[in-house]
Design a binder for this molecule. Structure first.
Ligand SMILES: Nc1ncnc2c1ncn2[C@@H]1O[C@H](COP(=O)(O)OP(=O)(O)OP(=O)(O)O)[C@@H](O)[C@H]1O
Ligand SMILES: [Mg+2]
Length: 267
C-alpha cells in the first residue's frame, strides 16, 4: 500500500497479482475519484474478485501500488460475491446492518442512540426502511441485497467495493439497485467500484469502466474503453463492439481463438 492520494479515492498502478504461482492480473492501472461509480467488467475467471480482494489486502500484490485517497485511513466497505443467508438466521435486517459498525473499529463503540441513527440512515439510503424489522432470511434476494449494501455503507466508507451485487436480481431490480448506487455515490461522495459480467445494466450509471480480459485491463470512461480498437488490443484479436437497439454487444470475430470475450447477450 503506497502513500495516500489527496485527490483520488483510489489509484492503482501496474498492479500484478499472482495466485498459486499463476499470474491472474498483470500490470492493471486505473484511478477512481470521490463520488464516481466504476464498473469492473469481465467474464467468469477474468479476475474481478481477485482484484477486489487485492484492494482489500486479502491478496498480496506481486507488484505495483494501490493508493487510497483521503486521510489514508483504510475505510473500505465491501460486499462479497454471493452472500448466502440461512433462512432461519435470527437476525433482523437492521441487525445485519448494525454488524457493519462492529468488528473493524478500534476504540470505544458508538453510543446506542448514535448507532441506531447510523443504521437507520444506511437503511433509508437503500430504501430498505420498510422491511428493517423483518428477519433477513424472509426477505427476497433483491431486498437482501439492499440490506447487504446498507451493511457495507454503514461505516461511511470512502470506497465501496461490491462484488457482483446485481447477479441474482431480475433486470428491473438490477436497474433499480444500479440507479440507487449511482445516487448514493453522487450524494455522499463515496467512490463505488462494482463488478459485473454484464455491461448493459451499468452503462447508464457508470462514470468509468475497468474491462478485464486475459489478466490485463483497459480502463477509463466507457466511451473510451468499450470500443473495437481498444478491446481488440486487450484481447489480442479482433473484437467487434455492436450497438443493437441501444444495447452493447461485445463479440469476437469468427475463429478468434479460445480466449473468447464474454458476449453480452440481448435478453
Ligand atoms: N484461491 C485461489 N486459488 C487458486 N486459484 C484462484 C484462487 N482464487 C482465484 N483463482 C483463480 O483466479 C482466476 C480469477 O478468479 P476470480 O475469482 O478473480 O474471477 P472472477 O472474474 O471474479 O470470476 P467470476 O465471474 O466467476 O466471479 C480464476 O482462474 C480462478 O480459478
Ligand atoms: Mg468473482
Amino acid at each position: 500500500m503506497g502513500a495516500p492520494d489527496a485527490e483520488m479515492a483510489l489509484r492503482v498502478e501496474d498492479l500484478s497479482v499472482l495466485v498459486g504461482g499463476r499470474t491472474i492480473l498483470e500490470r492493471v492501472s486505473f484511478a477512481l475519484a470521490p463520488g464516481e461509480l466504476c464498473g469492473l467488467i469481465g467474464a467468469n475467471g477474468s479476475g474481478k474478485t481477485t482484484l477486489l480482494r487485492s484492494l482489500l489486502g486479502f491478496v498480496a500484490p506481486g507488484g505495483g501500488t494501490i493508493r487510497l485517497g483521503g486521510d489514508g485511513a483504510r475505510r473500505l466497505g465491501y460486499l462479497p460475491q454471493k452472500v448466502s443467508v440461512d433462512p432461519f438466521m435470527p437476525l433482523r435486517a437492521r441487525d445485519v446492518v448494525a454488524l457493519g459498525l462492529d468488528g473493524h473499529r478500534l476504540g470505544l463503540p458508538l453510543p446506542s442512540r448514535r448507532r441506531r441513527a447510523r443504521v437507520d440512515a444506511a437503511l433509508a439510503a437503500v430504501s430498505a426502511d420498510g422491511f428493517a424489522d423483518r428477519r433477513i432470511g424472509t426477505l427476497s434476494g433483491g431486498q437482501q441485497q439492499r440490506v447487504f449494501i446498507a451493511h457495507a455503507l454503514v461505516r461511511r466508507p470512502q470506497l465501496l467495493l461490491l462484488d457482483e451485487p446485481l447477479a441474482s436480481l431480475d433486470p428491473s431490480s438490477a436497474t433499480e439497485i444500479a440507479t440507487l448506487l449511482r445516487r448514493i455515490s453522487r450524494e455522499t461522495g463515496i467512490a463505488v467500484l462494482m463488478s459485473a459480467h454484464e455491461i448493459n445494466t451499468l452503462v447508464p450509471v457508470m462514470d468509468r469502466v475497468i474491462y478485464l480480459a486475459g489478466g490485463r485491463a483497459a480502463a477509463g470512461p466507457v466511451a473510451e474503453v468499450i470500443r473495437s480498437d481498444v478491446l481488440s488490443r486487450l484481447y489480442g484479436h479482433h473484437i467487434d463492439v455492436l450497438n443493437v437497439h441501444g444495447r452493447i454487444l461485445v463479440v469476437p470475430a469468427p475463429g478468434a481463438g479460445h480466449d473468447q470475450p464474454h458476449v453480452t447477450r440481448v435478453p
